[in-house]
Design a protein around this ligand. Structure first.
Ligand code: MN
Length: 476
């Protein structure tokens, strides 16, 4: 995907200045080292050309957002007709072509050309006046910390574009009686663009029946190359391969990038997909267990934002109050992208669901700063909750717990972090990511226009309660 760069100016200063504005803008664009390309599009001088460019951006599927910078003063009334039609993410880049003020060179011509301190204030005003959601990045364009902020926003803009096209396949309904995994799928499509629909488990079983032994051989060879495994478990592993191939064929046929299933609806299947779901996650598909289509969608978006990153479907399980840590795991379906070492395929009894022993990847998660994110439906709107966490490798061997597992400390500590999470209403399921930052989440929520609650070192329960009460008014 591409981002469009529009530099603001006007006719007031003459053709020579406009030519310099364009040349400088092109130099700035060429000097940006970002994950997604930026294309110089326009030196804006009239309302008409801004409006036309915005309309083109809106209808260009490859355009993930626009970046604006006012090299000279660019009167904002001429931006109104464009900005009121803007449907793509907007970043206002408040920078300047020159880093410092040249003592001898500076005169009034120089002042008229290098006046983003002046022009970008006019530009900032119209953003505020129109209440148009925008990300502002302030700093010198050659500085890496400035460019990093643009890079972060690009990830979120690309995630938002992915979200608007996302299809989620549900095999079976939500787990019986569970509240937090429910939600308004119409609202999800309006706000997030997600098309969430159901496919019969019986149709999945029919698809499994069509999978050839040769196809299974090929996928099992891939498992062998990626994971440690014991050939005595081959029958269970082959069954997971058959499930994975059938699920992926349906996802590809439907153009879907995420799916969910439930252990309560596996009619005609011998094993709950474990290894199958884990390997699909590692290939970039989103997943949620027990019918959790919301976490499936969030996981898929994070994987689209950071294709080679570490993001997993996760669940808060058990506390260690002594060490101040949460043990996170799931019955089976944790993505191996967060593994600290080569995962191992194991086959063990699963006490839930009454099916055959499923093959699953067993591993320990890696350490480092991460984020745990939950999307909930609070009635009439979606709330995104993101908690900063510090992950660590499990502190015990836990030989009788053959699942993928990881431990973490929610910020600022277990007691306050868990307390805040409960106040906000976050689910037991999350998308756990080592790449997505709180800034990414802020950008994503702003672009999508949904409520966001960040829980971090600075969040206190009392302030959080007040924030949520205000949110009920703001987001009504
Ligand atoms: Mn679960």
């Amino acid at each position: 995907m591409t981002f469009w760069f529009i530099v603001g100016s006007q006719f007031l200063y003459g053709e020579e200045t406009l030519a310099k504005v364009e040349a400088d803008a092109k130099e700035i664009v060429a000097g940006l080292d970002l994950p997604f390309p930026v294309e110089y599009k326009l030196t804006a001088k009239t309302s008409r050309e801004i409006e036309e460019t915005v309309k083109q951006a809106n209808f260009d599927d490859d355009c993930a957002g626009i970046i604006t910078f006012c090299h000279t003063f660019s009167p904002s009334k001429m931006w109104i007709n464009g900005l009121t039609k803007l449907q793509k993410p907007w970043l206002h880049f408040h920078t300047q072509y020159n880093r410092s003020i040249p003592n001898e060179e500076i005169d009034m011509d120089y002042m008229n050309l290098h006046q983003s301190a002046h022009g970008d204030r006019e530009h900032g005003f119209i953003g505020a006046r129109l209440r148009t959601p925008r990300r502002i990045v302030t700093g010198y364009w050659k500085d890496s910390k400035t460019q990093q902020q643009i890079a972060d926003w690009q990830r979120s803009a690309v995630g938002a574009a992915f979200s608007r096209q996302l299809k989620i396949v549900r095999f079976g309904d939500n787990m019986r009686e569970v509240a937090v995994t429910e939600g308004d799928k119409v609202e999800a499509q309006i706000k997030l663009g997600w098309q969430v629909n159901t496919w019969a488990v019986g149709d999945l079983v029919s698809e499994m029946d069509k999978v050839s032994e040769a196809d299974i051989d090929k996928l099992v060879d891939e498992y062998r190359s990626l994971y440690d495994m014991d050939e005595k478990d081959i029958d269970s592993i082959r069954y997971q391969a058959k499930e994975e191939i059938a699920i992926e064929r349906i996802l590809v046929r439907e153009g879907a990038k995420a799916f969910c299933n439930t252990f309560e609806d596996l009619h005609g299947m011998k094993q709950l997909p474990g290894l199958a779901a884990q390997h699909l996650l590692s290939k970039g598909y989103g997943f949620g267990a027990e019918g959790d289509w919301k976490t499936a969608g969030i996981t898929a978006i994070f994987k689209a934002m950071y294709p080679d990153g570490a993001t997993a479907f996760m669940e808060d399980y058990t506390y260690d109050y002594e060490k101040g840590l949460i043990l996170g795991a799931h019955m089976l379906e944790v993505c191996p992208s967060i593994a600290k070492a080569k995962p191992r395929i194991e086959v063990h009894h699963l006490g839930i669901g009454g099916k055959d022993d499923p093959a699953r990847l067993v591993f320990e998660g890696r350490s480092g700063r991460a984020i745990a994110v939950s999307l909930i439906d609070v009635g009439g709107r979606m709330r995104l909750i993101a908690q900063a966490v510090e992950c660590c490798e499990p502190t015990q061997t836990m030989p009788n717990l053959p699942v993928a597992r990881i431990m973490w400390k929610p910020m600022p500590n277990l007691e306050t972090g868990a307390h805040n999470w409960l106040i906000a209403g976050g689910a037991h399921h999350t998308a756990l990511s080592f790449d997505v930052t709180t800034d990414n989440i802020r950008d994503l929520a702003r672009i999508m226009g949904i409520e966001l609650v960040i829980l971090d070192e600075n969040t206190t329960p009392y302030a959080l309660e007040k924030e949520l009460m205000l949110g009920d008014i703001i987001w009504r």
